[in-house]
Design a protein around this ligand. Sequence first.
Ligand code: PBG
Length: 340
Amino acid sequence: EVAPENKTDPGNTASCPPVQRPRRLRRTDALRRMVRETILTVDDLIYPLFVMEGEGQQQEIPSMPGCFRYSLDLLLDEVKAAQELGIGAIALFPLIPHPQKDNFGTESYNPDGLVPRAIRAIKQTVPQMVVITDVALDPYSSEGHDGIVKDGQILNDETVAVLVKQALVQAEAGADFVAPSDMMDGRVGAIRQALDAEGWINVSILAYSAKYASAYYGPFRDALDSAPKFGDKKTYQMDAANAREALKEVDLDIAEGADIVMVKPALAYLDVINRMKKHTNLPVAAYNVSGEYAMIKAAGQQGWIDEQKVMLETLTSMKRAGANLILTYFAKAVALALRA
Ligand code: PBG
């Protein structure tokens, strides 16, 4: 690109010319690249994937066009495809058949369950892929809650005991990170202690530290058929109005042994990402959740926005806010776009 005229006709100069002309640095693509502050790369991306039982099957999630639940064999193809695009990490979420669900999330710590089998298969086929597993009861809970329910309440400490078993089974199967997303108090510390006691000192914890009670999770709950059977998650997930409380949660998770802390959702919580980044020296992750994905997809399909551009702008805003890592269903699309 040839620079347009660097010099204006003196006759056109304003009578009181500005000393600073910020537009000077925006003149050409080369200049804009020189002063660009935030660069999204494929290394920032974590690709969330849905796994289900069966063989040779993939089901598109209606509220998440372009996202599928994969049976294990096809999941491996998707993980390979992600690796070929340079994506280094995936996060696994299981669709558990209803007969295997109960109030205690018993299936969550079955060593031969869907998630442990998926971890082993991925580690066998694509050993370099970083595997992150969700620690929470909701996909396994007949109540659709992240904890054990008693008299309409979500029990904390009893739930933590199950989460510990779940994390140990995932570590045993080969998970690199366990990621507690349940928001029970004390779970990070309990999991860290149990992992260490069993010798899993190098299994890391990605803590969903500031996880909000959000309406943006709707499509994800469709994907896993995991919506709460009664009430909502407000007695354990955070109130959308609170940001200082996110720092309190982060302090606790760090003291309890978290390696990476996370804010979820991302887009409506960019201020929280920013505050968390300033507050801690740990890497900060942001979860670009299902509802954020669905909104961009829907408007893009209508032709109301340019999906590709809005996707990149949105993810760049998360990184600019301070996120070191972004979980996003757009991971493959971003990797492709960055290649071009
Ligand atoms: C469950 C969990 C949820 C998500 C990730 N883990 C849903 C919830 O808390 O109800 C949501 C992710 C998304 O919406 O993309 N522990």
